[in-house]
Design a protein around this ligand. Structure first.
Ligand SMILES: Nc1ncnc2c1ncn2[C@@H]1O[C@H](COP(=O)(O)OP(=O)(O)O)[C@@H](O)[C@H]1O
Ligand SMILES: [Mg+2]
Length: 352
């Protein structure tokens, strides 16, 4: 969040205004005394001199004062009118308006700067929201069109049993994709709206990682991956179900982006007072561009894998780690592989 300028306690505009008024009073008093002196020198009676000079000087002061007041108020009010117009545009959804930041009054400059920062922030949120909606619609459309297509094909009564079975299984695959997508969107939106992790407990992290890895056995068997584990007995304090999603997403990616016969290395333990989990693959790795966007919602770098997953995995992982006050580090080289390191606080309580 950019820092907004602070409006100072003693505004410069007010000081200038006070100085102008004091100046007018001083000049008119000096002129009044001057005129009285001249009239007395001309031997005009004291009372007449005082009355005449005061009258002329009152007229002079009024004219000059009104003139200066009209000039300064127009000068001062015009930026306020502009701010008002700009605020009206923003309220109608136009986030392109910006105010001129140069002004005679520092306070106006500060208001203009804050206003511009505010509109920029608002437009960012709006863009994110629009992107999110269009991404969600797009992600839903693909499996829905596939389901519609296969269901239409199934209406053909001349299909062989094998063809029917294939189409039904395609429909089921796409249904499961939709259901996983919905699950991920719901989890992510729920996690984004919560600030604390509920139901934390101390449990054995190495056991959890082993269990998650086993649930992916069919996938790493199919890819003939070598599994290299260095899992030290490590108690950790945190949300068991949320952290399970972290390991599951990271292991899923490591397998998915590995080449046949590759190696998947996973370690966990306590280092430098932190619980550290490392997941490394020697698969396809990431380009600089993919690395920069890997944690973005719906971002999928590898075109050939877009059918698997929805680009929400790493966004979910990052949110869970941030809620758990941990850190995540990503190292990756195109063609060489990827290493993800997650560090969590080492707050142990008795293992349940
Ligand atoms: N271990 C990895 N090796 C190479 N690229 C990866 C790895 N993990 C993630 N990525 C890249 O980051 C992108 C985002 O990952 P993720 O959010 O899990 O989405 P998904 O797995 O659904 O594609 C992936 O599409 C891929 O391009
Ligand atoms: Mg993934």
């Amino acid at each position: 969040m950019p820092k907004l300028p602070e409006i100072k306690a003693r505004p410069r505009a007010a000081q200038i205004f006070a100085a102008i008024i004091a100046g007018i009073i001083a000049v008119s008093m000096a002129l009044t005394l001057g005129v009285i002196y001249v009239l007395l020198k001309l031997r005009i009676g004291t009372i007449t001199a005082v009355v005449t000079s005061t009258t002329y000087m009152s007229i002079f002061t009024t004219v000059v004062g009104v003139g200066i007041a009209a000039y300064t108020s127009t000068k001062m009010l015009s930026p306020i009118v502009k701010i008002n117009d700009a605020a009206k545009k923003v309220s109608r959804g136009d986030f392109t308006v910006r105010l001129e930041e140069k002004s005679i009054a520092k306070e106006i400059e500060e208001i203009a700067t804050s206003f511009n920062i505010m509109v920029k922030e608002l437009s960012n949120t709006e863009t994110l929201r629009n992107d999110f909606v269009s991404n969600v619609s797009h992600e839903f459309k693909t499996p829905l069109s596939a389901i519609e297509g296969y269901a239409t094909l199934l209406q053909d009564e001349s299909l062989s049993n094998e063809e029917q079975a294939t189409y039904v299984s395609r429909i089921l695959e796409n249904t499961s994709r939709l259901s996983k997508l919905t699950q991920s969107i719901l989890s992510l939106s729920q996690l984004e709206n919560q600030e604390i992790v509920l139901q934390q407990e101390t449990y054995m992290l190495d056991e959890q990682i082993r269990r998650v890895l086993l649930s992916y056995e069919p996938l790493w068997e199919e890819k003939e991956l070598n599994i290299d584990l260095a899992l030290a007995a490590t108690p950790v304090y945190g949300s068991k179900s949320l952290l399970a999603q972290v390991w599951s997403n990271l292991i899923d990616n490591a397998i998915k982006f590995s080449r046949k016969g590759g190696t998947l290395f996973i370690s966990c333990g306590v280092f430098d007072g932190k619980v550290v989990v490392r997941i490394r693959d020697n698969g396809i790795g990431m380009t600089e561009d993919v690395r920069a966007h890997a944690f973005d919602k719906f971002y999928q770098g590898e075109r050939s894998h877009t059918g698997q997953g929805s680009g929400l995995g790493l966004a979910l992982v990052r949110r869970i780690i941030s809620l758990s006050s941990g850190t995540i580090d990503l190292q990756s080289k195109e063609g060489k592989g990827t290493e993800i390191t997650v560090s969590l606080k080492n707050e142990q309580q008795s293992v349940s």
